[in-house]
Design a protein around this ligand. Structure first.
Ligand code: ATP
Length: 234
């Protein structure tokens, strides 16, 4: 059975339908990447899965339970966490506070303050620093750590490497390897196609709010994905 089943999902921004009838089934432990141009609807889809943006039609079933109309904090308690685009940290709180504030939102499990700090050793000397004073890579580590504090079963990652230096991007992916080792189910939006291919089991191409192609990374070529990216359906 799938961990997440998305059926004919729609989400709007006013009159604009940003997600138009998406079907997705994600197996437990799978690493799925959403690929598509700016404005394809990837962020809206992730926010709708997390319950931050309302669905206007369709359904979201998680572990057999219909979550479509449940609020974000209930979904977090059931094991869905989002690392949002732009990180959205509490800038006037310390790193430690940013992590601790998430603990009560989620479930208990492997991840707690100590295990998260161990997974992101670069944060150890920064725990008392304000989140706003950190570098982009350090902030991204806090954002991922904050999501892990909820012990997610499904972790949604939106553009975690956007705007970071190559070294910081490598740091983010090194720490994600520990999440992969825990077999957490992951949905990732990543602009870097090589990283997408290296990281994901399956790629879903999104164009204008719909799924136009999907396949295992082992069976897809970069050219096929790029063709869908720009809307040239082959
Ligand atoms: P990006 O990579 O730029 O984040 P995306 O694939 O994540 O793109 P979305 O951000 O979900 O796409 O945007 C989908 C569509 O919804 C776009 O046409 C975008 O302009 C529109 N949109 C997104 N957010 C809003 C908003 N807050 N208000 C109005 N329209 C929006």
């Amino acid at each position: 059975m799938s961990l997440l089943d998305v059926h004919k999902l729609e989400a709007r921004h006013g009159l604009l339908k940003a997600v138009r009838g998406i079907d997705l089934a994600i197996r437990s432990g799978e690493r799925l990447a959403l690929v598509g141009a700016n404005g394809a609807g990837k962020t809206t889809l992730l926010r709708t899965l997390a319950g931050i943006h309302p669905a206007s039609a369709g359904s979201i079933t998680f572990d057999g339970e219909d979550l479509t109309s449940l609020p974000a904090h209930v979904r977090a308690a059931k094991g869905i966490a989002l690392v949002p685009e732009g990180r959205k940290l509490f800038g006037s709180m310390t790193v430690a506070e940013n992590l601790q504030v998430a603990a009560s939102a989620g479930r208990s499990g492997h991840w707690n303050f100590e295990t998260v700090v161990d997974a992101f050793p670069q944060l150890k000397p920064k725990l008392k620093a304000l989140a706003s004073a950190l570098s982009g890579g350090q902030q991204q580590a806090v954002a991922i750590g904050r999501a892990l504090m909820t012990n997610p079963r499904l972790l949604l990652l939106d553009e975690v490497s956007l705007g970071l230096s190559p070294a910081a991007v490598q740091g983010v992916y090194d720490s994600l390897a520990q999440v992969v080792a825990m077999k957490t189910t992951l949905v990732l939006v990543e602009q870097d196609l090589q990283r997408t291919f290296d990281f994901a089991d399956r790629i879903v191409c999104v164009l204008e709010g719909t799924v136009v192609a999907s396949g295992l990374t082992s069976e897809l070529t970069r050219d096929e994905v790029m063709a869908h990216y720009f809307g040239h359906r082959s």
